[in-house]
Design a protein around this ligand. Structure first.
Ligand SMILES: [Zn+2]
Length: 396
């Protein structure tokens, strides 16, 4: 399995100049190869990535000497990319589809990037050593261990990113014990980010809530009538709003990553509810077949998850459990997780959202309602796994 770890770079001016040049080479070679491929094809020849590369090499020194000023893979990979673009194109044509013809890259319009072969760079702590320019600082160190396959440096606005492809070994599935002692059920929180069947409450980041209020305050400054659109002050507020937006997105992302990392590292079986966040907000009333029960329960669903989307939470759990060898079990969203007693299985019809504590009239259990729900999710998830084996792919 190949994972990509994307790390922000902290280059100096000299590095940036090199990056821009390498992106330029990558784009130029792509465009050259694309034009040449089309020309040869029209002339009835059989162009290939390898043939084009050989042809280019014979004229490079004389016609395009500056191509040699950057790492050689910035050039080489573009031939391979044109080759695979065409094989993809012809494969789809064969299937009877109508694919778009490979396009020329335009400066400033197409995404700037260039490729590095694994022998061209070396990662060392917070630094990456690159050909021609030496060490460039990275925002964080490479956290994935395995065989480094290659990397791509790309630009987003004024920022540069290094995306490293690492091949990791398929993990051995973690053993799921008979009594599921290390299984966990997760109830996505109404008040906390999440509540676990182990009794743990995972709080969302405090700074996040604070910034959320601050964002609302700033946005009020941009209301029509409050300030003249396009004025100096308006623009300044606009700038602050977009900076804060980015910060909040980062905090939200961090909180989710921390939660999903903890779950996949500490537990062999992770049970979650299949929440359709989008459906929840649109069908508040529900209908006869699917009364809007979940909606009411989850209407205060922690904003961090609501904003990110449940799919991001599930996506992270999915790929992280394939790294740690955990199993993910997703239970049906209409399973009665909140109103069932996690101890005796009794059902409490009249439990409302205001009831923060679940008190069972059958067995006398008194427990926090979210922990009760998390335990039920865990039980249902484990039952589903036992019923269908440890593949964890299907819904129960
Ligand atoms: Zn009970």
């Amino acid at each position: 399995m190949i994972l990509a770890h994307r790390i922000m770079l902290l280059p100096n001016n000299e590095h940036c100049t090199f990056f821009k040049k390498a992106c330029g080479v990558s784009r130029f070679v792509w465009n050259w190869a694309l034009a040449e491929w089309s020309r040869q094809y029209k002339a009835g020849e059989k162009p290939s990535a390898f043939g084009l590369k050989k042809q280019f090499n014979t004229i490079q020194k004389e016609l395009f000497p500056w191509v040699g000023e950057v790492n050689s893979q910035a050039k080489q990979q573009s031939f391979a990319d044109v080759g695979s673009a065409f094989s993809h194109f012809f494969r789809r044509v064969k299937k009877g589809e109508k694919p778009g013809y490979p396009k020329f890259k335009k400066k400033g319009k197409s995404r700037d990037s260039f490729y590095l072969a694994n022998i061209e760079f070396k990662v060392d702590g917070h630094y990456v050593r690159l050909p021609k320019i030496g060490r460039v600082r990275m925002r964080e160190s490479l956290r994935v261990s395995g065989k480094i396959m290659g990397a791509r440096i790309s630009r987003e606005g004024a920022r540069w990113y290094l995306s490293i492809q690492v091949e990791i070994a398929e993990p051995k599935p973690k053993f799921i014990s008979e009594n599921q002692t290390d299984a966990v059920g997760v109830d996505l929180g109404v008040k906390s980010l999440a509540v676990l069947s182990t009794g743990e409450f995972i709080d969302g980041p405090k700074a996040y809530a604070k910034n959320k209020d601050k964002l609302a305050r700033l946005q009020r400054q941009l209301r029509p009538g409050k300030r003249k659109r396009g004025s100096r002050l308006y623009k300044a507020y606009q700038q602050r709003v977009s900076t804060l937006h980015r910060k909040i997105a980062g905090q939200r992302n961090n909180a989710l990553h921390q939660l999903t990392a903890k779950l996949t590292q500490e537990h062999s079986l992770i049970c979650i509810e299949d929440l359709n966040v989008k459906g929840m907000s649109s069908s508040a009333k529900g209908d006869v077949e699917k009364p809007g029960k979940m909606v009411k329960q989850k209407s205060g669903l922690n904003r961090a998850i609501l904003d990110m989307g449940f799919y991001e939470f599930r996506r992270q759990l999915d790929y992280k459990s394939s790294i740690t060898g955990s199993t993910l079990s997703v239970i049906d969203r209409w399973a009665p997780s909140s109103k069932t007693c996690s101890d005796c299985g009794g059902y409490k019809k009249d439990l409302t959202l205001a009831d923060r504590t679940y008190t069972c009239s059958g067995c006398g259990l008194t427990i926090d309602r979210d922990i009760n729900a998390a335990i039920n999710i865990c039980t249902l998830g484990a039952r589903g796994i036992n019923a269908r084996g440890q593949d964890g792919s299907a819904n129960c």
